[in-house]
Design a protein. Structure first.
Length: 130
């Protein structure tokens, strides 16, 4: 075998393995997204009364995952990289966090209180749109 032919085979194999790896990653992402979508559809199918329980469970799962992520990665933080993020100081960070929390809390509160509303299928979309 000559050098040029072996080089072409090597490039073809590299391209093949890269394509297989990329396709498998895309398939896994689509399967996970489909499972999440089916779970959300099942919760909505079984009624609005089960939604608050599921939302509270998802909130605590997200909170635990966030604490784990911060706890694991806090030792690898380079403080000099944070100067652009904290440019407005701690007051800007607190203001942004307060706004984000308020938006999330109001949306979550609406979903949790939906089982006490007389006609949630009509009232909740109307309250979201305004």
């Amino acid at each position: 075998m000559n050098y040029k032919r072996s080089q072409q085979i090597l490039f073809a194999e590299t391209f093949l393995f890269y394509t297989i790896k990329l396709c498998l990653r895309m398939i896994v992402n689509k399967v996970v997204a489909s499972i999440i979508l089916l779970i959300v559809a099942a919760v909505n199918f079984f009624g609005i009364t089960s939604t608050p329980k599921v939302i509270i469970e998802i909130f605590f799962i997200n909170l635990v995952l966030l604490v784990l992520y911060v706890g694991i990665s806090v030792s690898n933080v380079d403080v000099t990289n944070l100067s652009h993020v904290f440019g407005s100081g701690i007051t800007g960070i607190v203001t942004d966090a307060r706004l984000f929390f308020r938006c999330f809390d109001d949306f979550q509160r609406m979903a949790i209180m939906s089982n006490t509303i007389k006609n949630p299928q009509k009232s909740i979309p109307f309250s979201i749109i305004g």
